[in-house]
Write a protein that binds this ligand. Structure first.
Ligand code: NAD
Ligand code: MG
Length: 389
């Protein structure tokens, strides 16, 4: 019996994971759940899955849960997250917190040598080299949940070996293109947060939905792929594939392309990562090949969607550049969602942070966290200046 800890249980990935877990009570029990908001959702999950520990944002939330009849341990704050990520009560950790807040808890799970199901791509973007080193040192099993990376993992013949050793020339990441794929640049200036989060293929949390619309999501995934699979950035091709049926591909030396196909439903990669190397039912309906539309592939347009180029540049720069990119993006996206800035200002804000902040070498996590904090301060000042006109 596996015991599972869900970091970010109330989010889109957290809830999809719990749906898969609920199909297999003989294999998985829920040890711990964390949530930052939406205490009503957490309370429902508590009643359904009877975990041993809950983690919430602060003491007031904890007291509310106790008053609502919760009888298990309730911890709070970052300390609580680090505790459930590392404690001996679970052997599987689903890293499904959104953004930089996921870095330390995810790393704590890695350092505890657990099976880590990685949805929180931002932690690899910020601290990829340190993160992968910790995976090696502590014997953690890192399984990608991000659908593209999970697809690539499924197409590898010797996961863990280098790409050259496996005869791999290229990784091909597919992108849906997001809701604004066919919009003229002029139109992009006035799109609203509501339009941006209405993704044509996937149902996801608000931050990653905006990232999909700007194509920053694909930029973050490019960096994620380089770290996960030991690829150079010029070995990763991005291809827009609006149907979201082919989740990514691996190109082998002999001309073979291996692809993973499926419905755009995160329960498939989650079930794969939970059970690997076995296969379990994900509760997902099979693809109907005869009903399927033609599969199209096109090049991404970096003029209308400059975030992709910014991510490539940050990765090529190295050091703390990716942490700066990630923090500036989180701040810009949050401001866009609050109607404080426009959609097309998001890449402008990120480019400014990358240009103005010094890039340093990463010797330790402290270097990453400092770059993150600096970038957040710079963007906050920039947004303040915009507000004051
Ligand atoms: P979401 O917004 O739906 O959920 C985020 C979860 O994190 C919630 O449980 C929330 O309570 C928690 N959280 C938010 N801020 C926090 C903080 N400061 N501290 C602790 N917990 C906090 O997000 P999501 O769509 O489920 O995405 C989660 C992660 O998975 C992201 O990194 C995203 O890039 C990645 N991902 C998501 C999808 C998807 O289909 N949703 C696909 C691939 C990768
Ligand atoms: Mg993805």
């Amino acid at each position: 019996m596996h015991k599972v800890c869900l970091l970010g249980a109330t989010g889109s990935i957290g809830q999809s994971s719990l749906e898969v877990i609920a199909l297999h009570p003989e294999r998985y029990t829920v040890h711990a759940l964390s949530a930052w908001r939406r205490m009503d959702v957490l309370l429902d999950l508590y009643r359904r899955f009877s975990p041993q520990v809950l983690v919430v944002a602060d003491r007031a939330q904890r007291d509310d849960l106790y008053r609502a009849g919760v009888r298990c341990d309730v911890l709070y704050g970052e300390e609580g997250l680090l505790s459930i990520a590392a404690d001996a009560g679970s052997d599987i950790v689903v890293a499904a917190i959104v953004g930089a807040a996921g870095l330390l808890p995810t790393l704590a799970a890695v350092r505890a040598g657990k099976r880590v199901l990685l949805a929180n791509k931002e932690s690899l973007v910020m601290a990829g080299a340190l993160f992968m080193q910790a995976v090696q040192e502590h014997g953690a099993a890192l399984l990608p949940v991000d659908s593209e990376h999970n697809a690539i993992f499924q197409c590898l013949e010797k996961p863990g070996a280098g790409l050259a050793e496996q005869g791999i020339e290229r990784l091909i990441l597919t992108a849906s293109g997001g809701p604004f794929r066919q919009y003229e640049l002029e139109r992009l200036h006035t799109v609203t947060p509501a339009e941006a989060v209405r993704h044509p293929r996937w149902s996801m949390g608000p931050k990653i939905s905006v990232d999909s619309a700007t194509l920053m999501n694909k930029g973050l995934e490019l960096i994620e792929a380089c770290y996960l699979f030991g690829a150079r950035d010029d070995q990763v091709q991005i291809v827009v594939h609006p149907q979201s049926i082919v989740h990514s591909m691996v190109q082998y030396r002999d001309g073979s392309f291996l692809a993973q196909l499926g419905r755009p439903d995160m329960r498939t990669p989650i079930a794969h990562a939970l059970a690997w190397p076995e296969r379990i039912d994900a509760g997902v309906e099979a693809l109907d090949l005869l009903q399927m539309a033609a599969l199209e592939f096109e090049a991404p347009d970096e003029e209308r969607f400059p975030c992709l180029r910014l991510a490539r540049q940050a990765f090529a720069t190295g050091g703390t550049a990716c942490a700066i990119l990630n923090a500036a993006n989180e701040m810009a996206v949050a401001a866009f969602l609050q109607n404080e800035t426009s959609f097309t200002m998001i890449p402008v804000i990120i480019a400014e942070a990358l240009q103005r902040l010094p890039v340093r070498a990463v010797h330790s996590l402290a270097d990453v966290l400092e770059a993150d904090a600096q970038a957040r301060r710079l963007v906050a000042d920039h947004l303040q200046a915009l507000r004051e006109g």
